[in-house]
Write a protein that binds this ligand. Structure first.
Ligand code: PLP
Length: 459
């Protein structure tokens, strides 16, 4: 592995946070106490935490300095003006409604746009996004390209929308029953896979023809822009700022979780061009979040997010982020570890079905792999397989095609040396994989079981 080929950190360290250095005995105890569920581990017992990239980012000195400039006025905070300016300048939308995080924006957007009986097409679903659409009476339709459902397909833009699927839905239900197309950049559940600019533009043109709005899930838009720069002909010489701006020129608005590409720990917003929709959004934000000039955020948090948005479009920041994720993926692929390909923007997904091919899916190979990884090296990951998929209404397990363990990379938090620890640990586990058995439930909660279920190893 030629590690010198990887882009070095475009920042230096000013403050450090010590992390737990545990022994195997301590981890054994912690894992048993957590019922073999990494969601139930205490953060204090975790060495490298790859549970999520949401809200786990390291803010810069500039962002921390911004926190001290919080204007906590109930109305008309100057930090709101800064956030508004950042969104208008970088994303190009006219109106900004701050919310406590991404799902706060999804709630408002879904309420102002969806009528019962509507259909909302999207490039694969995201949990909270779909939940809000359905709560407002819409049916979600997946219109992502088929390649996205194949974990080994190397398509460079696996997040693309299949225009034929979109056209078929319009023909089937009529444009008037489609309030908007939900276009996510990148697609989280497909593995952080990007959407090509040519595809975004084609979706926009088709939508214009039928007067259907396009609302983007902007959560990882900067990662998507960097993939476009690296992979799409004609974009190599453009700046991330230019690409982000063009990308949003093909949308009527967006929901944003600042906890991802905004490089903050909490916050989000809804952005819109339409004046009437903005009016409707402000009348709801006062009910669910707060005054339109702070929504769900403090003044200081809006300042940190405004500054984070500017930092996020720096090429060195985002290229390094993608390089870190790629580095971990490359080390694992070089050792023959089965992972989802190509490597996406925010995470590596281990294919637990191939990894523990001797463990049947209903003995939870991904759950066990996440547990073994913690035991081996104190690395926390999460199951995305049969446990996450839950049961159907007859009480039988859903058996998802993909049985994965997600290693999610927080922004600016870990170094390549940490990723070597992760890679070495996964490689060691792969060598001894045959001796590992599955798990069984000790406690299974009725809903969203992955959060709180408890297990024990099969004898
Ligand atoms: C995290 C996320 C959301 C929801 O945002 P929160 O800030 O967690 O409420 C929406 N869409 C995608 C793609 C996400 O990853």
């Amino acid at each position: 592995m030629d590690s010198y080929k990887y882009m070095a950190e475009p920042y230096k360290i000013k403050m450090v946070e010590p992390i737990a250095m545990t022994t195997r005995e301590q981890r054994e105890t912690a894992l048993k106490e957590a019922g073999y569920n990494t969601f139930l581990l205490n953060s204090e017992d975790v060495y490298i935490d790859l549970l999520t990239d949401s809200g786990t980012n390291a803010m810069s000195d500039n962002q921390w300095a911004g926190l001290m400039l919080g204007d906590e006025a109930y109305a008309g905070s100057k930090n709101f003006k800064h956030l508004q300016k950042a969104v208008q300048e970088l994303y190009g939308f006219k109106h900004v409604v701050p919310t406590h995080q991404g799902r706060g924006a999804e709630n408002i957007l879904s309420q102002i746009m969806i009528k019962p009986g509507d259909f909302v097409p999207g490039n694969m679903y995201f949990t909270t996004t779909r939940a809000h659409q359905e709560l407002n009476g819409a049916t979600f339709r997946d219109i992502i390209i088929d390649e996205a459902h194949d974990s080994q397909n190397e398509h460079p833009f696996k997040g693309n929308i299949d225009l034929n699927k979109l056209q078929a839905l319009i023909d089937e239900v009529g444009a008037e029953r489609i309030p908007y197309i939900c276009l996510a950049v990148t697609v989280n559940l497909a593995g952080g896979q990007p959407v090509a600019m040519s595809n975004i533009k084609a979706v926009w043109e088709l939508a214009q023809k039928y007067k259907i709005k396009v609302m983007m899930d902007a959560t990882r838009c900067v990662e998507n822009a960097c993939f476009i720069k690296h992979r799409e002909p004609g974009y190599g010489d453009k700046t991330i700022k230019e690409i982000v701006h063009e990308l949003f020129s093909y949308a009527d608005g967006c929901t944003m979780s600042g906890k991802k590409d905004g490089i903050v720990n909490i916050g989000g917003f809804l952005a819109l061009n339409d004046d009437d929709l903005y009016q409707k959004a402000t009348s709801l934000v006062v009910v669910y979040e707060g005054m339109p000039s702070y929504g769900g955020m403090t003044g200081r948090d809006m300042e940190a997010l405004a500054r984070g948005l500017y930092e996020s479009i720096d090429y060195h920041f985002i290229a390094h982020r993608l390089a870190q994720v790629q580095y971990l993926g490359d080390r694992l692929m070089a050792a023959g570890i089965p992972i989802v390909r190509p490597v996406g923007g925010h995470a590596i997904f281990l294919d637990a079905k191939a990894f523990y091919s001797h463990i049947p899916q209903d003995e939870f190979p991904a759950q066990m792999l996440a547990a073994q990884l913690y035991l081996q090296s104190g690395v926390r990951s999460m199951e995305r397989g049969i446990i996450s998929a839950g049961r159907d209404k007859n009480g039988n397990h859903h058996y998802p095609k993909l049985e994965l363990v997600r290693l999610t990379i927080p922004r600016r938090v870990y170094t390549y040396a940490h990723f070597d620890v992760v890679a070495n640990s996964v490689i060691d586990l792969y060598k001894t994989r045959d001796s590992v058995k599955g798990l069984r439930f000790v406690y299974e909660p009725p809903v969203l079981r992955f959060f709180t279920a408890r297990f024990e190893p099969l004898a």
